[in-house]
Design a protein around this ligand. Structure first.
Ligand code: UD1
Length: 412
């Protein structure tokens, strides 16, 4: 479980960073990068411990992101794997508590809204450190990055995770103004809330030029060798789909798949399929709607169909998404990423916890009914290409703001 020893404690502050599932990795990459930069110049270095809960564990959902984003090997991998929400959350809590008691960090920093986020926050909120020399602290401060987002749909497991984590966190770092207002409406004191921007966007801005070197477009036959890498080739759309409410409900899943098949008649679609969704495709007998291709091998391009691919690494997916004419998704992070990239996005949900992507970005809610999705997708296709938008503080500096704030707060 322990993968590498924590360096000798020398810093004035110790931050334990938690990551568990795919969308967490882009967020912690920015924060760890900011700690490393801080340590190069600041008189007081910050010690950090990286804990991977193992909620996502395989090559395509986890390890490839560590490679693409140069995230250091975790100090601890709790190897919890997949199971029901209750068992997974409980297992993370059981395995996290001894790590916390051994390391006794000043801050436990959690990101996003996955089960690992809420599980580690709950442990940190109730732990009691034995009183030792290092600090007066009896438990760590809990810092939640991406706090305050609300879909107001409590059937989403992520919404429960967000509400519970925010209720027990001591420091709430928000990505947009609306999130701050949600927290204030819930009675959170303003002194706990910091508007710092978006760490996922930090990582996107850092890697978007490198991503253009990805060979994914050539491998899928979407770019010929004669085209320069800067030349945009927007003759396809990208799909992602994994929300339980969309893929576990047979009727909703069929409506979405039929809508995608109609859109694919206008624009070939490329669909890196999440493991949960792959299981549903196999169980639902909807395979006939899809063409299964491998992104590792050269394939015939641009058939008017939905091309299913295995999940992609960060740089390959960023390249595919940033050159697309349209994205259809039920992901939270992709609504934000398409905003910054200026790629039209239809969100396959009836609500979003990220309203700034609609108010200031390129996103529209397409719902989950066949006719609505087709209507919104064709509408977006007929619009001219959108300009990239930058909501406030989505400027590549969010990780730095978080680390500077923590450093000042703890030294004070
Ligand atoms: C989780 C998060 C969700 C996030 C998503 C990103 C929660 C409640 N949900 O949902 O917020 O948007 O991750 O992907 O935390 N599996 C693999 N390999 C892996 C991981 C999972 O094959 O490395 C399979 C599992 O067997 C499982 C399925 O994928 O059947 C779903 O994984 P799970 O982590 O339970 O939830 P997600 O749907 O991925």
């Amino acid at each position: 479980m322990l993968l590498r020893s924590a360096e000798e404690t020398t810093g004035f502050m110790k931050i334990l960073v938690v990551a568990g599932a795919r969308p967490n990795f882009m967020k912690i990459a920015s924060i760890i990068g900011a700690i490393q930069s801080h340590n190069q110049s600041a008189p007081h270095p910050i010690d950090y411990i990286l804990v991977h809960t193992g909620q996502h564990y395989d090559e395509q959902m986890s390890r490839t992101f560590f490679k693409d984003l140069a995230i250091p090997k975790p100090h601890f991998d709790l190897e919890v794997g997949s199971s029901s929400h209750a068992s997974q959350t409980a297992e993370i809590m059981k395995r996290f508590e001894p790590v916390l008691l051994k390391e006794r960090p000043d801050v436990v920093l959690v990101v996003g809204d996955v089960n690992s986020t809420v599980a580690c926050s709950l442990v940190a909120s109730k732990v009691t450190y034995p009183q030792l020399e290092r600090s007066e602290r009896t438990r760590p401060l809990i810092a939640h990055v991406e706090a305050g987002l609300r879909s107001y749909d409590r059937s989403m497991p992520e919404e429960i995770n967000r509400i519970v984590t925010d209720a027990i966190a001591d420091l709430l770092f928000v990505t947009e103004q609306e999130a701050k207002e949600n927290l204030i409406r819930e009675g959170v004191g303003e002194e706990k809330i910091q508007f710092v921007g978006n760490t996922m966007v930090d990582t996107l801005l850092k890697h978007r030029h490198a991503a253009q070197e990805s060979e994914i477009l050539s491998r899928l036959g979407l770019k010929t060798n004669s085209q320069s890498s800067s030349e945009r080739n927007r003759g396809y759309g990208v799909v992602t789909l994994h929300r339980p409410s969309n893929v576990d409900d047979a009727d909703t899943f069929r409506q979405i798949v039929e809508a995608l098949a109609t859109v694919a008649n206008e624009l070939p679609l490329y669909f890196p399929v999440h493991p949960r969704t792959m299981k549903r495709i196999e169980e639902s007998g909807l395979e006939g709607f899809f063409t299964f291709v491998s992104a590792q091998a050269e394939v015939a391009p641009r058939a008017r169909t939905i091309h299913c691919l295995e999940p992609l690494g960060y740089l390959d997916f960023l390249c595919l998404m940033s050159n697309a004419k349209l994205v259809l998704t039920d992901s939270g992070g992709i609504q934000e990423e398409t905003t910054v990239l200026g790629v039209p996005c239809v969100t396959l949900r009836r609500n979003t916890e990220r309203p700034v992507t609609i108010l200031q970005g390129t996103n529209v809610l397409g719902g989950t009914r066949k006719e609505d999705i087709i209507h919104h997708a064709l509408n977006k296709l007929n619009q001219r290409i959108e300009k990239p938008r930058r909501p406030n503080f989505w400027d590549g500096q969010a990780g730095k703001r978080i680390v500077e704030f923590l450093s000042q707060r703890l030294s004070g």
